[in-house]
Design a protein. Structure first.
Length: 211
């Protein structure tokens, strides 16, 4: 079993462990006092079903591939710098994701077992259509808050050793409004219906991954 102390030691030594989606603030609620939680919750949808905080901690160069999710996200950068590149769900036909997802979709790997990397773009086949996508690039610094709306594709890279916290909530009816096809497929999938993933969402996002 890897402990948090192991992860921190690895980061300090220049390792590549990346501590993601961990419900640290749920398990150690005293740390919530370090955030303006009222300000965050005032900006969540008033009719959301669930909300949760997930901690992300990684060393310089650690990376999350292109993906999107049906919960919206207010991401708080605690320390260090984190780079984001975001694309509208309008470009989903180019990204060509799997039809079914549990909470979030990943861009499929089509070359060298990795999906398209917007931080090091290579528009050779099979990624030649990606050059037509318009997106946003932002670098978060300590104290910055990023609004990442639902179903927006994004890839994230730690420019330095970094700690950030994502505050998310679930609003199924708004998800239907933004992407009725994705939500229909996710809700009525016989293998991985999203409502089963929601049951694990508040407890620990990593259990959704294991499921």
């Amino acid at each position: 079993m890897i402990t948090l102390a192991d992860v921190i030691s690895n980061i300090k030594e220049g390792g590549k462990k990346y501590y993601r989606f961990y419900p640290l603030l749920a398990r150690r609620p005293e740390h919530i006092k370090d955030f303006d939680i009222n300000w965050l919750k005032e900006r969540a949808h008033k009719k959301s079903l669930l909300d949760s905080f997930q901690v992300f901690m990684g060393g310089k160069g650690t990376f999350s591939d292109l993906h999107n999710a049906n919960p919206p996200n207010l991401f708080v950068q605690v320390c260090g710098e984190k780079q984001w590149i975001l694309y509208s769900h309008y470009y989903s036909p180019i990204i060509d994701p799997p039809p079914i997802a549990n909470i979030y979709r990943v861009a499929p790997p089509k070359k060298e077992d990795r999906p398209f990397n917007p931080f090091k773009p290579n528009f050779e086949a099979p990624y030649e259509l990606f050059k037509y996508m318009d997106g946003y690039s932002v670098t978060l610094k300590p104290g910055d808050v990023l609004w990442n709306t639902l179903f927006y594709w994004h890839a994230v890279q730690n420019a330095t050793d970094s700690i950030g916290v994502g505050f998310r909530w679930i609003v199924p009816w708004y998800s239907f409004k933004i992407s009725p096809l994705f939500m229909f497929l996710d809700l009525f999938s016989t293998k991985r219906p999203i409502w089963k993933a929601w049951g694990l969402y508040k407890k620990d996002m990593n259990e959704v991954h294991l499921h």
